[in-house]
Design a protein around this ligand. Structure first.
Ligand code: GLY
Length: 377
């Protein structure tokens, strides 16, 4: 088991920290990674003084992982209110948030009740958003049960829902009180979903840590097989790298946290143009990273062998590096979507691009013909 401490100072406004009075508490929290962690949630929440918990999950995990967490809480005398949301991105909606707010109101939830989010990114984002907004903020604990949630979305406090006009357009930064990542939950993930999470793991090596990138190159086959020891290391290292960047730039102000968007400008355009659901997010990120590395090489920012090295590791992890399986997407449409991306300024194209393995920069004003060339393959 590994415990990674994410250090954050107290919030300026004591009310927003959910205490209501007195000096605001430090918002640092632990990310606990390892095997059998689901059964420890009750002990840890008891130690934190929790007496009542709303366990939010979806149909995929309600009868399995969420039940185990609820049993662990009940065994320590914590009263559990289970709330199940439908599986899938459609649950990140105002109507679903409203339904959950209604249940919390009916059950007289107040700031002494904690939310425990058990599931993947949709559950974590929705439950986190409900926690951020109900009664002006109640504490939330994240229990991610997918790879992408364990290495990315459950850490760092981004919560939100989608609008018809775009994903994550309404939300809040609301840091969890703790994160419990049990890698045993990854054993039963559908293969495509599991592999897609590995794209975000490769991303950490590319943007922050050349040693980790080399380690991933050496252990790709074991990760594809979900071998527990290498998998635990991959989750722990990714979580530690994410925690470090959130500590430096919690609200994505300095640009440090924006490094996490490596490959994502291309990826969002591919997902939007292909139609949501055709590409899993991690698959789109893998293709997006491949494009971003080739763009960086064409601009002379990185050595010519780096795109090939990155493509090789993505391929060995069973991830796509081109749109071949999706069919042709019109460059004009992709460029229009990228120009609307929140990282673009005034329609000018901006990308997170590597300067070497382990370092990236936000590069403004990238010439459109160069992007077209990369899109053409
Ligand atoms: N997933 C990107 C971030 O947390 O900033």
């Amino acid at each position: 088991m590994a415990v990674i401490r994410l250090h954050l100072p107290a919030a300026a406004d004591p009310d927003s920290a959910g205490t209501g009075a007195g000096s605001p508490p430090d918002r640092s929290y632990d990310i606990i990674c390892g095997r059998g962690i689901l059964d420890q949630v009750g002990d840890r929440l008891t130690a934190a003084g929790v007496r009542r918990a709303v366990v939010v999950s979806d149909a995929a995990v309600a009868a399995s992982h969420a039940r185990r967490v609820s049993e662990s809480l009940a065994a320590r005398g914590i009263q559990v209110i289970p709330v199940e949301i439908p599986s899938g991105e459609a649950s990140k909606s105002l109507s679903e948030a409203g339904r959950v707010w209604g249940i919390l109101a009916e059950r007289a939830v107040d700031r002494s009740t904690h939310i425990v989010a058990v599931g993947g990114g949709v559950v974590g984002d929705l439950a986190g958003f409900v926690a951020a907004t109900f009664a002006r903020g109640i504490p939330v604990w994240q229990v991610p049960t997918t790879l992408v949630a364990q290495v990315d979305s459950a850490i760092g406090g981004k919560t939100g829902i989608n609008l018809p006009a775009g994903k994550n357009l309404v939300g809040a930064f609301w840091q969890p009180s703790g994160v419990f990542s049990d890698i045993d939950t990854l054993a039963t993930l559908p293969n495509r979903e599991y592999l897609s999470g590995l794209a975000e793991v490769v991303k950490y090596g590319m943007i922050f840590d050349p040693g980790f990138f080399a380690w991933l190159e050496a252990h790709a086959a074991e990760l594809v097989d979900r071998s527990p020891e290498p998998l635990a290391h991959a989750v722990e290292r990714s979580a530690a790298l994410k925690a470090a960047v959130v500590e430096r730039d919690e609200r994505e102000i300095t640009g440090a946290r924006a490094a996490l968007n490596y490959g994502h400008t291309f990826a969002h355009a591919f997902e939007t143009a292909a139609g949501y659901g055709r590409l899993l997010h991690g698959e789109a990120v893998a293709i997006g990273m491949s494009c971003a590395a080739r763009l960086a090489a064409d601009m002379g920012r990185i050595a010519a062998d780096i795109p090939g090295r990155q493509d090789a590791i993505l391929t060995s992890l069973g991830l796509p590096i081109s749109l071949a399986g999706v069919g042709p997407l019109a460059a004009d449409e992709l460029l229009a979507i990228m120009a609307r991306d929140k990282k673009s300024v005034g329609g000018r194209l901006r990308f997170v691009l590597p300067s070497r393995i382990g370092a990236v920069d936000l590069v403004a004003d990238v010439d459109e013909p160069l992007v077209r060339r990369v899109l053409a393959g």
